[in-house]
Design a protein around this ligand. Structure first.
Ligand code: ASP
Ligand code: MG
Length: 404
């Protein structure tokens, strides 16, 4: 008998009616003779409400209590799903993470699952039961409830798939799958049939909200096939799998763009060891996420210019940190808001020459100036003026044949 993990996101269990639909989806897999393990997130909005409550109680709400509090949303959703399945005549029950147990280590709010005890769930499955497991939570070495980071029920599902050797993990959500680019930004965006872990990781890190980036890494390491699909419509979704399984002749799989970035340039910094570290150390201490970084070759061997990007909301703080940093000297500080990063992603670029050129030429034809460039093995990102982002998106989506 094949085992399958079905994970339902907050929107999929957001109302009583949706939970009834979810129970039907689960029942369908039971009818097809699968061994089904269900993982659910909290009903949409619930976790946020709980976080708000903790803040209202105290600015320094205990992290251990935070985990007990915010993990409670999953308990509600799971018991409702189980209750509905029982109503339909199935053998089902909720399993809180500590009852299994799902073991985690690390800090509260941000623990990691390292083991899942299989015994009880296994015998429950063998007896025909459908376990409805709370995502997002675990139990640590002190027998305290832990949570694994916001959006963490994706990772719970992936790891259950790993430990129970599931044939597939299906992530049910409110979109039909992963798209070539955000359909809200470009109506020509198309659903991607298959995408590699590496590409999906880049897309998720760049803001495709379909799945939590860390969970994709877990899936990649454990070779778990994931299907992302909608719980509202019966259509096939997107398969996330290893590169070898994908037969696709496209060079670029997806394009993503950011909208609220800012650019910081330090002109005339000393060109000597340790300077970049001195600039970035206080930024990282203040949890400012630095994205693209470029440093020019110094023309005279003494001075250089350094440019990096951050989220626009961090601009004021960054400015202050740099101006009060006594460990660095520079001639001028330039700040620019309203810039956006646009990235093309595809494993095809590894073997296809000229992709960079095609991207740059496409932007040049539209008279779009490139301010910063950064690349990885399967991604090229450029920073452009925010006002040009739509134009760039349309042009690149067409150039790399993603429109059809
Ligand atoms: N309910 C949790 C959250 O909102 C976990 C999840 O949705 O995956 O972050
Ligand atoms: Mg969620």
């Amino acid at each position: 008998m094949k085992t399958i993990v079905l994970k339902f996101g907050g929107t999929s269990v957001g109302t009583i009616n949706k939970i009834k639909t979810v129970a039907k989806i689960i029942a369908d897999y039971k009818k097809k003779k699968f061994r089904v393990i269900v993982v659910s997130s909290a009903m949409s909005g619930v976790t946020n409400e709980l976080v708000k409550k903790s803040k209202a109680i105290s600015k320094n709400f205990s992290n251990a209590e935070y985990d007990v509090l915010v993990s409670s949303g999953e308990q509600v959703a799971c018991s409702l799903i189980a209750g509905r399945l029982i109503h339909l005549g199935y053998k089902a029950r909720s399993w809180l993470a500590w009852q299994i147990p799902i073991l985690t280590h690390g800090e509260h709010k941000n623990s990691r699952i390292y083991d899942v005890n299989k015994k009880k769930i296994f015998s429950y499955l063998k007896n025909g039961g459908v376990p409805i497991v709370t995502g997002f939570q675990g139990i640590n070495e002190y027998e305290r409830v832990s949570t694994i980071g916001r959006g963490g029920s994706d990772a719970s599902a992936i790891l259950l798939a790993k430990f129970f050797k599931a044939q597939r993990c299906i992530i049910y959500t409110d979109v039909e799958g992963v798209y070539t680019t955000d359909p809200n930004k470009l109506s020509k965006a198309k659903k991607i049939k298959e995408i590699s872990y590496e590409e999906m990781l880049e897309m998720a890190s760049l803001g495709a909200k379909v799945m939590q980036p860390a969970s994709i890494q877990d899936a990649r390491l454990n070779r778990i096939n994931i299907e992302v699909k909608s719980s509202y419509v019966k259509k096939s979704g997107t398969l996330i799998t290893k590169r070898k399984n994908i037969i696709n002749n496209r060079i670029i799989t997806g394009i993503s763009s950011t909208h609220n970035d800012a650019k910081v340039s330090l002109i005339g910094v000393k060109d000597k060891p340790g300077v970049a570290a001195s600039i970035f150390k206080p930024l990282s201490k203040n949890s400012i996420n630095v994205d693209m970084v470029v440093q020019n070759i110094s023309a005279n061997g003494r001075e250089t210019d350094l440019t990096f990007t951050i989220k626009a909301e961090d601009l004021k703080k960054t400015q202050k940190i740099i101006k009060t940093n006594k460990n660095i000297k520079f001639r001028k500080l330039l700040l620019k808001k309203d810039v956006s990063k646009i990235s093309i992603i595809g494993v095809g670029m590894v073997t296809t020459p000229g992709v960079t050129f095609r991207m740059f030429q496409t932007l040049a034809k539209k008279k779009i100036n490139i301010q910063v460039i950064s690349t990885s093995e399967i991604k090229i990102s450029v920073l452009i003026d925010k006002k040009n982002i739509k134009k760039a998106l349309i042009a690149l989506h067409k150039e790399f044949k993603l429109d059809n």
